[in-house]
Design a protein around this ligand. Structure first.
Ligand code: SAM
Length: 279
């Protein structure tokens, strides 16, 4: 099994049941100390969705719009991502994830009938362009912990799955989640959790990118080699970018401290801003 380390995060290429069987169930020891699970498992949609037909539609749209220079968006989703989908024939039983005793967030919660009742669901409204299309307008994320239900209003970066309208990279997985949506999920985890997040159905690694951008540790598992390689690349560049940002801000803070020390002594402030002038 291939393992890829990014900073202190770990990505495994393999079946999640096999990988997780090597983890401690109480998740309190070893390198795999996880305190939350956020995941987007297969929903078994291949029974109702003909993924291959999206590839044909996308190719036709691309041919039609190829020469339109007024189109803001030139970065097309590859047709290939809708081909050869062999992982979505059935939805797995995901209740085993609840046995870890950590907060669990589960996209596609409405496809799983055996989850315990919960007051807290996240509803992701994907935007008006999905209305009346063969794509869902909403996605539902089940939360295993208590709290108020919340609405995520981030408009999908991939308009109807065909082209990219955002700024956060091209679509490389047929059911790829936008990073801001995954960041919202992380922000909804109960206080005291979310320092190490597990995604056992990682796909292209959106949960991991969101986690790294927020300075959290991540453990990801993906069975399909194509998606695993993509996730490794995405996480590595997210890690580099957030490390560079940290370095930049650390240096900026130090420079700013020195400059402030020199130019704004408390005495000067006393002189130039007497309380009287404020009123
Ligand atoms: C719905 S997709 C996740 C997409 C992801 N949210 C993203 O943003 O790219 C589910 C993923 O789970 C993977 N998968 C399915 N069964 C698995 C298993 N038993 N172990 C590990 N990965 C699995 C599939 O290959 C697929 O990439």
């Amino acid at each position: 099994m291939d393992v890829f380390n990014v900073g202190d995060s770990i990505l495994y290429c393999g079946d999640c049941h096999e990988v997780l069987s090597g983890f401690d169930r109480d998740s309190s020891t070893g390198v795999n100390v996880l305190d939350s699970i956020i995941t987007d498992p297969p929903y078994g949609l291949s029974k109702v969705v003909r993924w291959g037909s999206f590839a044909g539609k996308r190719k036709r749209l691309h041919a039609k719009n190829r020469h339109d220079n007024n189109r803001r968006d030139k970065s097309w989703v590859s047709a290939d991502i809708y081909q050869g989908i062999d992982w979505d024939d059935s939805a797995p039983d995901v209740t085993y994830l609840l046995d870890y005793g950590v907060p669990v967030m589960l996209f596609g919660g409405n496809y799983f009938s055996n989850l315990p009742p919960s007051r807290k669901w996240l509803v992701w409204y994907k935007g008006g362009s999905f209305k009346g299309m063969s794509f869902a307008e909403l996605e539902l994320c089940y939360c295993s912990f208590d709290g108020n239900a919340r609405l995520i209003t981030h408009v999908s970066e991939w308009n109807c799955g065909f082209y990219h309208t955002g700024t956060r990279g091209v679509k490389v997985h047929p059911t790829q989640k936008p990073v801001p949506v995954m960041q919202f999920c992380i922000s909804e985890l109960p206080k005291g959790s979310g320092s190490c997040i597990l995604d056992p159905y990682m796909g292209s690694g959106s949960t991991g990118v969101a986690a790294l951008e927020l300075g959290r540790r991540f453990i990801g598992i993906e069975r399909d080699r194509r998606y695993f390689d993509i996730a490794c690349e995405r996480l590595e560049s997210a890690y580099r970018a957030s490390r560079n940002r940290r370095l930049l801000f650390d240096n900026f803070d130090k420079t700013l401290d020195k400059t402030l020390d020199k130019t704004l002594p408390v005495k000067t402030l006393d002189k130039t801003l007497p309380v009287k002038t404020l009123f």
